[in-house]
Design a protein around this ligand. Structure first.
Ligand code: KG4
Ligand code: ZN
Length: 335
């Protein structure tokens, strides 16, 4: 296989990230400048602030990625960037920076889909992993079951019809007064609670691989309002554990159902929610039961990062998938 050295840039949401990746699977640097501390004050990502922070950080982040990797622009094969989906103002910072670098260096430009990147984090974490496999991508913006047929060929088997799993975690954490981002806080608190304490709905859609998380979120909110109106106290850990159980159960059942239907022998997790301890344990147990191999990246590659974009870019480059300087950000780019 052809060797490549790719500088990748990711700025679709609230992380300004740059990485240098060798031949798709070796991470020479992976720099992530998170804006979480800034957005925390507002209880969620404020798009305008995210764009400004990206603009301030991107030059330093890219410099640091090159320096840490011990390479210069002259050593590179290509420049890669996430061009969607995401916040348009945030995406535009990465896209404009990558286009300018590509124009100045005359290096090829590679445009990547953010979810495709999340999936590829598994190839970095597991050098032996090869397609095909089925991957659940669960993050703050997406919940997709994807059939990864080849390194550059993907079929979406199911998706959320309303909230993403991470979005539901963040909203439930907010009503419980836990803070932002809610996923890791609920994950931690749920360990002290009883997952059977509150019965919450498990929604099934017409397509058995699709998801709906707005119902479970609303059920938690209604449950809390009722108790508050009656002046009754409640145990936050029990609610966190019951909510988590409901979400993890649906994510696991639908993904393994989809995997069985397409005859997959391997199953993987990706995206910010893939850091969730209960989800990882549930997938591991289900895979063992169904004699399937299970893959999941370490948390640093589950959250938004540019290493995953560099990996996706390597395989795109080998296929000749390059972009030109007319490239624009596409906030609702389909996979
Ligand atoms: O992939 P990501 O970093 O950004 C997006 O592309 O959205 O995912 C962020 C999401 C947030 O909603 C966050 O609450 C959730 O991932 N998350 C978790 C955990 N860690 C992060 N959700 C559940 N359990 C966790 N441990
Ligand atoms: Zn993401």
């Amino acid at each position: 296989m052809q060797d490549t050295l790719i500088l990748a840039i990711e700025s679709s949401c609230d992380e300004t990230a740059a990485a240098v990746i060798k031949s798709g699977r070796t991470v020479l640097s992976n720099v992530i400048n998170s804006q979480i501390e800034i957005h925390k004050r507002y209880g969620g990502v404020v798009p305008e602030i995210a764009s400004r922070c990206h603009t301030e950080a991107i030059g330093t982040v890219v410099d640091e990625a090159l320096k840490t990797a011990g390479v210069t622009l002259n050593d590179l094969t290509a420049i890669a960037v996430t061009y969607g989906p995401g916040l348009v103002g945030a995406l535009l910072v990465g896209v404009s920076f990558a286009k300018a670098l590509s124009m100045a260096t005359k290096l090829p430009l590679i445009a990547l889909h953010h979810i495709r990147g999340h999936i590829m984090a598994n190839f970095i974490a597991h050098p032996e992993l090869e397609p095909p496999f089925v991957c659940l991508v669960a993050s703050g913006g997406h919940s997709h079951i994807v059939h990864v047929k080849d390194y550059t060929e993907f079929e979406v088997l199911g998706r959320t019809c309303d909230d993403a799993a991470g979005e539901a975690y963040d909203k439930v954490a907010r009503v419980l007064g836990l803070g932002y981002p809610g996923g890791p806080l609920i994950d931690k608190l749920a360990r002290e609670g009883n997952p059977e304490a509150v019965h919450l709905p498990r929604v099934t859609m017409d397509n058995p691989y699709d998801f709906s998380f707005s119902g479970v979120k609303t059920a938690v909110i209604n449950y809390l309002h009722k108790l508050e109106q009656n002046g009754e106290s409640y145990n936050k850990a029990d609610i966190a554990a019951s909510f988590q159980q409901a979400v993890v159960e649906v994510l696991t059942v639908h993904t393994f159902h989809a995997a069985k239907t397409v005859g997959a022998k391997k199953i993987a997790l990706a995206g910010g929610v893939a850091s969730n301890s209960a989800l990882r344990a549930s997938f591991e147990a289900a895979a063992k039961k169904q004699k399937m191999e299970f893959f999941v990246p370490p948390p640093v590659l589950c959250t938004d990062n540019a290493a995953m974009i560099g990996c996706a870019a390597h395989f795109a480059y080998l296929k000749g998938e390059t972009a030109d300087l007319s490239l624009n950000a596409v906030p609702s780019l389909p996979l």
